[in-house]
Design a binder for this molecule. Structure first.
Ligand code: SF4
Length: 246
């Protein structure tokens, strides 16, 4: 696993990125709309699936089973059918049902508000004991739900953008990105971390897409490692082109 210390980035990188992205993408709306179990389940079924598809599947699921106890008792086939449009629906349905069973053991009311009393690291660690829950899902449960705890959510867009920019190595994983952001912005609130997630994701869907980086249009290009190395490579190419033959 790659660590986040591959590049020495100054600690004011993230605040500067945030200011530039705020200017580029005004109108941030906070998450924090679902209770923790709802956010956990929504995040569990969201991986490798378009946001619109996973949201539609989640809404179908909670319409079909109107309480967490009902959902916990639901037949696996019914859960799988409700979320059939997401990727790996059979595996996700099984994880979801088992996660609810484990949650019921510590909280028969399916109330995870007790996590707020724990340090973020402990709350993450507990959530990550549930099947199908890695750092991204655990952090989303803490940060995006009504728990509103300071935990940064790193999805594929975030990993790609922060890798190209140089905050982490380009092959960094979710945990490395989480560690890097939490280390560089240790005092950011839950709201600020959530906003940063949304802003970086927006950049990843527009200027810094997987298949193409439009660096010349990007608000972060001045300090971006990828954009700088690309520019340097072009300048070297131009210089070589202009050099007289030996
Ligand atoms: S400058 Fe280019 S590589 Fe860097 S974040 Fe922007 S689009 Fe991505």
């Amino acid at each position: 696993m790659q660590t986040f210390f591959d590049f020495a980035r100054p600690s004011d990188d993230l605040p500067l990125m945030r200011e530039q992205l705020r200017a580029a993408f005004p109108g941030y709306l906070p998450h924090n709309i679902r209770e923790p179990v709802g956010q956990l389940l929504k995040s569990m079924i969201s991986s490798r699936t378009k946001d619109t598809v996973s949201l539609r599947s989640y809404e179908k699921l909670v319409r079909r089973y109107s309480s967490w106890p009902d959902l916990a008792e639901a037949p696996l086939a019914g859960i799988e059918e409700a979320i059939r449009d997401v990727t790996f629906a059979p595996e996700k349905a099984a994880h979801l049902k088992e996660a609810l069973r484990l949650i019921a053991l510590v909280s028969p009311e399916f109330d995870l508000s007790w996590l707020r009393q724990r340090p973020v690291s402990q709350a993450l660690a507990w959530l990550e004991t549930l099947p199908g829950v890695g750092r991204k899902v655990a952090a989303a449960t803490l940060n995006f739900s009504t728990l509103a705890m300071p935990a940064f959510v790193a999805d594929t867009h975030i990993i790609r953008v922060l890798g190209r920019f140089g905050i982490v190595g380009e092959r960094a994983d979710t945990v490395a990105v989480y560690d890097a952001v939490m280390s560089l912005a240790p005092h950011w609130t839950a709201h600020e971390l959530s906003e940063f997630h949304v802003l970086i994701k927006q950049l990843g869907k527009t200027f810094c897409r997987f298949e193409q980086a439009d660096c010349q249009l990007c608000p972060l290009s001045e300090n971006c490692r990828f954009a700088t190395s690309r520019l340097n490579a072009r300048q070297v190419g131009v210089t070589r082109h202009r050099s007289p033959p030996a």
